[in-house]
Design a protein around this ligand. Sequence first.
Ligand code: CA
Length: 235
Amino acid sequence: MSEKILIVEDELALQETLAYNLKKEGYNVETTADGRSALEAARKSKPDLIVLDIMLPEIDGFEVARILRKEMSAAILMLTARDDEIDRVVGLEVGADDYLTKPFSMRELVARVKAQLRRARLLKEEMGKPVEEAKHETLTYDNLTINLTRREVLLNEQPIQLKPKEYELLLFLAEHRRQMLSREFILERVWGWDFIGDSRTVDVHVRWLRQKIEENPGEPKRIVTVRGGGYRFEG
Ligand code: CA
């Protein structure tokens, strides 16, 4: 059975484009154009993922996300139009799983949707099945392979030892490949809201990871530093 996606977007041209592209990927897609019908639709059809615009008639996307978070486990991918919305989107208040800033490419959107759904699927598999039966999903970048089921990382086909946080950080970076991720965003998503520490924690773990996965840790090619911003995973 294909996964269900609810699209909540009041710009109809964009709504149609989103629906078209996600249907093409084989998803079961439903659309709404305001916050109130989004709540109704989500409660009725229990989607696996919600693509949620912020500026909406009736009830805005912040409020929709806040309400649905408490009611269901659907992944929420928010669409923001302005930079100043991002803090609220990723903050404790809303807690979206991911966001895209308009304008974005459909390729990018589809990649993010897949990443979120894969994460949700693995979570379910881990809860339900013995490990041997679970499908081995892997991400591969040249000689680097991440085995998501076994939580194992291979370099030149040899397993490398990563601490749990190093693994989670690597996976998070890999799932947001080629996207600039700020230290704060990484800290919030990998370490969690209640983590006491600062963004230097991220720098330290990136340094450790580089020593393990970069050919030349002094001139990293996989996890690159973005000046004044954060990090970007190149693969
Ligand atoms: Ca809108």
